[in-house]
Design a protein. Structure first.
Length: 109
């Protein structure tokens, strides 16, 4: 018996669609759109700069990655996670990060 491999894309767990912008693969259209909006804010001068996929080490060798870290002109720093759905796992990790580190993670829905 011969088995053939088929190039069938596995459906996302939450039906999000992958989008590529500037050669960067985003896990959702919403996250890609937020990235594009951040680039415009940098050009407009509202934001100094931003970073993507900021890692936080949690107990039990667990890693949490925040989508964006924004550095605003007024000196403030914002941590942003773009979510279509809030899962129990995300809520638990968010609370752990905020308990262990001096940050507050803002959720963009």
């Amino acid at each position: 018996m011969i088995f053939q491999k088929h190039n069938i894309r596995k459906r996302s767990k939450y039906n999000s669609k992958i989008k590529i912008v500037d050669g960067i693969t985003f896990q959702s259209i919403k996250e890609a759109n937020y990235y594009s909006a951040l680039k415009m804010r940098v050009k407009a001068g509202d934001i100094e700069m931003f970073l993507m996929q900021i890692p936080f080490q949690l107990p039990g060798n667990v890693k949490y990655r925040c989508d964006f870290q924004e550095f605003w002109k007024d000196g403030t720093v914002h941590f942003i996670d773009v979510k279509g759905m809030l899962t129990k796992d995300f809520i638990m990790k968010k609370k752990m990060v905020e308990d262990l580190y001096p940050v507050e993670i803002e959720i963009v829905k």
